[in-house]
Design a binder for this molecule. Sequence first.
Ligand code: BGC
Length: 375
Amino acid sequence: MKALAVFPEKEELRVIGDHSMPELTSPHDVKVRMLEVGVCATDREICSFEYGAPPQGFDHLVLGHEGLGEVVEVGSAVSTLQPKDLVVPMVRRPCNDPECYSCREDRSDFCYNGNFVERGIKECHGFMTDYVVDHEKFLCKVPPELRDVAVLIEPLTVAEKALEQIWQVQQRLPWTNPEAPNEQGQHRAVVLGAGPVGIMGAMAFKVAGFDTYVFSRSPAPNPKANLIESFGVPYISCKTTSVEEMARQVGRIDVVYEAIGVADISFKVLDHLAHNGIFVFTGIPGYDPPIELDAAKLMRNIVLKNQAVIGTVNASRKTFQDAIRDLGTFMEQWPEAVRAIISGRYAVEDANELLMGKATGIKNVISLTGKPAEA
Ligand code: BGC
């Protein structure tokens, strides 16, 4: 079977032809024909050999964690799926430690010891191949009407988990209402970054009722800024507007959703977080040189303004389900904007350029079904 694999020792990325066909090994297993897989910054980092690891006993890792596939075979005990169902697989698989309470509760997104594996990232082959097999509990069913955009579900889970955490933390403000954030304070959100995680974050915060702004690097107009403004979210560029000026324009910043992966901008914005505000980090910066910041001032603010600063990674099954629901809502409200997030569909043979060449477009997708469909 064909697969796109990275060989970290040899610093190589290539299509292999002899990846073995997976078979059902338990009654709860499901076999899935992969249709599409998105490419993200994590894949590019793995392909610069700075991150990721092959499974034990392999010199290579099959890439791909933003998958979409179609069920082709189900085990005898599978009750939630049947052949032809569309599914998006979750990424992380639990560790084996009996005392890792999160993994034992099927919440490996909060694994305590780091011994989880992640498909296509850490010690487990991913989805850039023809067929995969997984336990049904790691496969989330997607309605057929989302077929052409469902590859966006995994990256949307980043914002969904952030929103879930925000409401859990902000229960400390009992008058806030997740159903109507605009009515009771906690209503203004700044999204940092205009990549797919930022764009879909802006959609998710707007749908959740926040007065939402995007603050990102490229000067406007540019295609991402135009896309963001097309669904009614103002775009402000940090190239032409200082952080202080942005904070004046926006007003009280209750929530910052960081999806830019740049420490310098992020900490400057943290300095402008409002009383009772929450700042959620989701970006993973590179190994950049240290930056200077006024740590005592940030610490004073965090304490004297009751601020919460949290990080979030990976996603639970519920988070995937929230993403599926919200992607449906986005498609009802802004179908053109959602489709425009997918900047191109490519054959697996073109993956080297996408993963190792200059980053282009918004969300590039690898089609595994032969001829790439229209973007
Ligand atoms: C994936 C997450 C994963 C994280 C760290 C992200 O790109 O979306 O599922 O946990 O990388 O490996």
